[in-house]
Write a new protein. Sequence first.
Length: 202
Amino acid sequence: MSVAEATTVKIGNKTYELYENGMAGTPAKYDTDYINESNADGTDHEVAMSAITDASGSEDTAVEMKTGVLIADADVKNLKATGGTVKAQGAAITGELSGTTSVSVESGDNTLTGDNTYTGDTKIEASKLTVGSESALGASTVYLVNGAALDLNHLAVGNNIVVSGCSLCNADAFTGNVDVLDKADLEMDGAATVNKVTLHGT
């Protein structure tokens, strides 16, 4: 991959090229990353938090982003985002998300905490997001897709939530029993033949 094809991460007053296999060179410890550049074809580049942590040598690295994509495959302890997309993949994310920032929860168990005001969508698909503060979801609309779970943690959250997909899908040949546990919802698709549905709790 040539330098022109590489994406750029600005670290303090130094610039490093970020390749698909990680950062070129071995930067010293630093305080802030700026994830703002685009790929040569105009698309937003993606930077993995694990690569930032490995390059910096610190799990407390502060990350600032205006555009681009941060893959949160490791905990993000100090994020300031005014745009771009945060892709959560089994991480605890803490910081300040504002502007047009959007959040895509893609896998694993995730936590989002902060005094956030972001207006971009929050999409949770086949994974779990736990809310760590009342304003964690900012002013976003939250989309729960394909069995996703949103744990509001008993907090006073007032976001709009859209639920789609199902928790028992393609069930046209299913003939077993279904137990629905306390406060759980069951949405089925297909012409399922269910022997027994047991509801637990209220």
